[in-house]
Design a protein around this ligand. Structure first.
Ligand SMILES: CC(=O)SCCNC(=O)CCNC(=O)[C@H](O)C(C)(C)COP(=O)(O)OP(=O)(O)OC[C@H]1O[C@@H](n2cnc3c(N)ncnc32)[C@H](O)[C@@H]1OP(=O)(O)O
Ligand SMILES: CC(=O)C(=O)O
Length: 536
């Protein structure tokens, strides 16, 4: 039986889904629920059964299709309408019949909302809460009550706000959740109010904090410090308007900073995987700078940081990334020092044998190249090739004698209205020395880079069969001197994949095709190195 003394309650599938830009299918919701269960949350709020067909179907399918090891499903919905018995309210019936063992009821606790939005009396509001909680409890469901706008309501009419808490708890709600629905509170407000409400009512309290002041995580932690034992959060902080308290930041803080065992054993290292997988499912780019789980959360750029990290990573990290399933990374740029290079070499599996002079030479080359427009922090493959060269074993699979590209614009057959009756075709010829033989290859492409890529591969596919499995996955152009117009220097980043991994290289030059070739040549060389081909 799971310890019930502290609840991590996730509402990604309900409040998270209220974020602009998220539109989940039932299968998405089921997949996210499974991930949240892997992460070990105690409650997963699945949605509002009866409010829309998708959420109703989610609860039907969840009972058949989900195997939850850690979490209980929770159905969300409102208290009964004014003037109707809970037993006769169809929305309450949908909660009762959802199959969820737990129901979270949203209740009004700000008298202005009662009078102006519900258009009823304060007494009827209390009756709606008591009647709905008792009805669901009689049907065997556990009930939590979300007190909407609690903090604003407490400020405006503390007596009614406290009556709501006492009524909910008195009717059988296990947790009364104080909600900062408009997200306007600051941590000091939360500490004071939670403390006062706990002392005045003795109820078990929870916290639900929207992030409109950017304080949702801090507010959640302040509530816990003041005695709340139930935290409502969403994966990656998704939620209505700017979002909710971020589940991963809250859990990271509670476990690693406060020493609370809020997850089952072994679940914390799932954090980074779950955060990324949820972002993929909701179709939002993962936030690279998100605390704990972002790809940059433990990425170090400054040379002074690296020199201390070399002695002990704890000197520049607030926690061990492995505890949350993340990894430390060294970034090499013109802010690097010798220690950065030494650590990067270690990360890449290269042995510098403590050669400080060699590391110093690499630093100097990197700084000079970055001054001319290169950027190595996103181009690990280029950096590795440079390091190998300085180590005295440059990577060579072919030598380029020359290449040429011709783009022809000609009348098109079946051209669409955008092409103005013309089409362009590019042809590239490359001349290389491959394993001692001179090879010449020509290929067509839809542009210079595509044509060069195809010619380069076709010239070597006999010698290196694995080339067929390499794929160009990204091509980025950055104009470095914006004021020079078409005379500018450009930086090209190309990314390749071989199915097992991805790598990026960088080329720079005043001629965009030349810079692209430089990046392409390195990317293919690095790809062949990854395949383990012996060098020529
Ligand atoms: C703070 C939060 O984020 S709470 C979560 C909010 N989530 C959602 O609203 C998403 C799902 N909502 C919906 O699909 C719809 O709004 C429904 C199905 C719930 C209701 O739809 P409708 O019946 O068309 O009503 P509508 O949305 O216009 O208004 C909500 C009604 O609920 C009432 N209501 C609001 N809060 C409560 C409450 N805590 N208890 C009881 N009734 C409430 C309102 O007074 C209003 O009543 P009225 O129709 O008599 O004016
Ligand atoms: C319940 C809820 O989502 C809120 O009050 O913000």
């Amino acid at each position: 039986m799971r310890d019930d003394s502290f609840h991590v309650f996730d509402t990604t599938l309900r409040d998270g889904a209220q974020r602009e830009g998220i539109n989940l299918r039932v299968s998405d919701k089921l997949a996210i629920a499974q991930l949240l269960d892997d992460f070990g949350v105690a409650f997963i709020e699945g949605g509002w059964p009866g409010a829309n067909p998708k959420d109703t179907e989610f609860f039907q399918r969840a009972s058949r299709e989900l195997t939850l090891r850690h979490a209980q499903l929770t159905a969300f919905g409102a208290t009964r309408r004014a003037g109707v018995r809970a037993a006769d309210d169809p929305q309450v019936a949908a909660l009762r019949d959802s199959g969820a063992p737990v129901v979270t009821l949203v209740a009004k606790s700000d008298d202005r909302h009662v009078e102006r939005a519900l258009r009823t009396t304060l007494d009827e509001n209390l009756a709606m809460i008591a009647d709905t909680v008792s009805h669901l409890r009689e049907h065997g469901q556990r009930v939590f009550v979300d007190c909407e706008h609690f903090f604003d309501g407490y400020h405006h009419n503390p007596d009614h706000a406290l009556d709501v808490v006492r009524t909910a708890a008195g009717a059988g709600a296990d947790v009364v959740v104080l909600c900062d629905t408009n997200g306007g509170m600051l941590p000091g407000d939360i500490t004071r109010v939670v403390t006062e409400v706990r002392e005045a009512t003795g109820a078990r309290l929870g916290i639900h904090a929207q992030d409109d002041t950017g304080c949702a995580v801090a507010n959640t932690l302040a509530a816990v410090d003041a005695g709340a034992t139930h935290v409502q959060c969403t994966a990656n902080g998704y939620g209505e308007r700017v979002g909710n308290a971020n589940l991963f930041s809250v859990v990271g803080a509670l476990t690693l900073k406060r020493g609370l065992d809020v997850l089952p054993d072994g679940c914390l290292p799932e954090m980074t995987r779950v955060a990324t997988a949820v972002a993929e499912i909701v179709n939002l780019t993962p936030d690279t700078h998100q605390p704990y789980v972002g790809v940059s959360a433990f990425a170090h750029k400054a040379g002074l940081h690296a020199s201390a990290i070399k002695v002990d990573p704890d000197l520049y990290q607030h926690t061990d990334p492995a505890l949350v399933g993340n990894t430390m990374r060294m970034l090499v740029s013109d802010m690097a020092g010798r220690a950065s290079i030494e650590l990067k070499a270690q990360e890449l599996g290269l042995d510098l044998s403590g050669d400080r002079a060699l590391a110093g030479r690499v630093v100097e080359r990197v700084k000079a190249l970055e001054l001319s427009g290169y950027s190595f922090e996103a181009a690990d493959a280029s950096l590795e090739l440079l390091l190998r060269e300085e180590l005295g074993s440059p990577v060579r699979y072919f030598d380029t004698e020359s290449w040429r590209v011709i783009t022809e614009r000609r009348p098109a057959t079946g051209a669409d209205s955008l092409s103005n009756g013309y089409e362009s075709l590019t042809e590239a010829t490359v001349k290389l020395l491959v394993k001692g033989e001179r090879v010449i290859a020509t290929a067509e492409g839809n542009g210079p880079v595509n044509a060069l890529d195809r010619a380069l591969r076709s010239s070597m596919e006999g010698a290196y069969t694995a080339l067929a499995g390499l794929e160009l996955t990204d091509y980025k152009v950055r104009i470095l001197e914006g004021t020079s117009g078409t005379n500018a220097v450009t930086r090209i980043l190309v990314s390749f994949s071989d199915g097992a991994g991805e790598w990026t290289t960088v080329g720079v030059g005043p001629n965009v095709v030349d810079a692209s070739w430089a990046a392409l040549e390195q990317a293919v060389t690095y790809g062949l190195l990854r395949q383990g081909y012996p060098q020529v």
